[in-house]
Design a protein. Structure first.
Length: 84
């Protein structure tokens, strides 16, 4: 059975909780910050989305999506193979 607690007791408990949080330097408005995520890969990359002068159109068919090329970096860390 759950004991009944009066409203003044609930308010006192809430006030004690808030004082405890503030005394530890935590702010209710500032949640803990998440750790930054690692990129998951080590090779450098360039986002070409906004750099249209670096983009090349491989093939275009009206009304049909042709996919995109698949690339792989070889073991020499210099050569990239591209298959369309």
């Amino acid at each position: 059975m759950i004991p009944q607690v009066s409203l003044p007791t609930k308010l006192a408990m809430f006030y004690a909780l808030i004082c405890s949080i503030q005394s530890h330097g935590l702010s209710v408005a500032d949640p803990p910050k998440a750790a930054p995520k690692a990129p998951g890969f080590t090779i450098p990359y360039i986002d070409l989305d906004a750099q249209s002068h670096r983009q090349t159109v491989i093939d275009r068919e009206e009304g049909q999506y042709l996919g995109h090329p698949t690339t792989v970096l070889l073991e020499d860390n210099k050569t990239i193979l591209c298959v369309y």
